[in-house]
Ligand binder design. Structure first.
Ligand code: GCO
Length: 443
């Protein structure tokens, strides 16, 4: 055969594969000028909420994060929003928004500052906080691990060592025994993939390591931890709902005709999303078995923010802007606003066949110009997805107020309330007013 026949055959195969991938994994965009985002329909039972996490708002913690902030000379979380002392005032702000529910996390390092030593004052305060929320008719959803844990736990290897996991389950059990009659929705771990990839591969979260082997191991251990907590807590009270929050970041090839970009996309998509979904659905992750992972969740929490245009040269840090399509709008975080992607994210977690709670969605936007649009588009998208038959039960906006955004510190503002960190004054933003109105007219 002539060389050109080989060449043509090769090209035909290459582009057939590309065409197959492009059709199988479309990257859709809507013409938002033609969409009426005010046309919404939500069932009466739909729950509107806001979300926070302990380390990001409480202030003056002593945990793996404060240690990391010091070691890596990052901006310090320090006082954060001083929520630990201003919580009553903050709960009033939540009530003013008119939400039905509030997702908060419990700071293990406050509850068990030294191994085996339980701090009753902190336990009592969390109990008081739950009672206060209930008295305001706000349903709490408690997250038991949202990236932070005691230093002593980190020092013995944290979630990297499987034998440590029982220590975390013991803490979960203690909290659960106190609150299971009052709190019906529980989230074991927040974003196992972010926790392991950022902490054990990208060096941006504690412990700040860079090892693919450790990343995979920690990710598996987080799912193992979730399953252990689920089984222990369900034995105490089978009537509560327990799930975990999965961050779904979508990956799309930067150049849709480039095979290398597709290969990177498919690999990243498996590591970030597919591995955990398959771990939960089939009980297998990265080739190994996770006992009892199937049926270990009553709902799946979805944290959705964006998609990433992927190539082998993807930045290994969140400090620089990611590539974007010309028509896309950049957020302060350096990734784009992509409400269309919520559909793919929901379809992905729908594979688990349990109700979906949108446990996080929001935008870093310091002047609150983008947030009102961001909010409307995402809420409209959720309404459409419910119309199409997806069992989405709630929406928790991230976040109630501006707070400490981990490695990025205070420069990124995600709140519906603006926080002046000098005076600790909170001011409702336009997006907060919009959210209030959306809730009022869709209840
Ligand atoms: C995460 C967390 C939140 C973040 C939020 C904004 O996704 O990292 O769950 O703690 O603050 O997602 O980035």
């Amino acid at each position: 055969m002539d060389w050109w026949i080989y060449l043509l055959t090769g090209l035909a195969i290459y582009f057939s594969i590309i065409l197959f991938l492009a059709l199988r994994f479309p990257e859709k965009y809507l013409n938002w000028d033609e969409v009426d985002c005010t046309k919404l329909s939500f069932p009466d039972s739909f729950s509107w909420g806001v979300a926070t996490a302990s380390h990001q708002i409480e202030g003056n913690n002593t945990n793996n994060w404060t240690d990391f902030e010091q070691r890596k000379k990052l901006e310090k979380s320090a006082d954060a929003c001083k929520h630990w002392v201003r919580w009553k005032n903050d709960f009033e702000l939540i009530e003013k928004l008119g939400v039905d529910s509030y997702r908060l996390s419990i700071e293990w390092s406050r509850i068990e500052p030294k191994k085996g030593e339980w701090n009753q004052i902190a336990v009592d305060q969390y109990c008081e906080m739950v009672d206060d929320l209930l008295s305001r008719n706000i349903k709490p959803m408690i997250t038991l691990h949202h990236f932070s844990h005691p230093i002593w736990f980190e020092e013995i290897g944290g979630f990297y060592k499987r034998e440590n996991i029982q220590l975390w389950v013991d803490y979960c059990q203690r909290i659960f025994e106190l609150l299971n009659k009052k709190v019906s929705d529980w989230c074991t771990v927040n974003e196992p993939e972010v926790f392991s990839i950022m902490g054990y591969h990208m060096k941006m979260f504690p412990p700040g390591e860079s090892s693919v082997f450790k990343t995979v191991r920690v990710m598996k251990n987080m799912i193992f931890a979730h399953v252990s907590a689920y089984q222990t807590l369900k034995k105490i009270n089978p009537d509560v709902r327990i799930g975990l929050a999965k961050n779904v970041t979508l990956f799309d090839p930067l150049r849709r005709w480039n095979m290398l970009h597709w290969v990177t996309t498919l690999i990243l998509n498996y590591i970030w999303n597919g591995a955990i979904i398959s771990g939960l659905k089939k009980g297998r992750m990265f080739g190994s078995k996770i006992d009892n992972a199937k049926n270990s969740f009553d709902f799946i929490g979805l944290n959705y923010y964006t998609h990433v245009l992927t190539s082998p040269f993807l930045p290994q840090t969140t400090e620089i802007d990611l590539p974007k399509r010309d028509h896309e709008v950049m957020t302060d975080f350096g990734y784009t606003m992509y409400a269309e992607g919520l559909e793919r994210a929901v379809k992905l977690v729908s594979k688990l066949n349990v109700p979906i709670e949108i446990t996080e969605n929001g935008v870093a936007d310091s002047d609150d110009k983008l947030r009102p649009i961001h909010l409307k588009r995402h809420i409209w998208k959720i309404s459409k997805l419910i119309e199409q038959g997806h069992d989405i039960r709630s929406y928790y906006h991230w976040s109630l107020m501006d707070n400490f955004e981990w490695a990025e510190g205070y420069k990124l503002r995600f709140g519906l309330y603006h926080v002046d960190y000098k005076t600790q004054e909170r001011t409702l933003k336009q997006s907060g007013i919009d959210y209030q109105k959306i809730i009022q007219s869709n209840r």
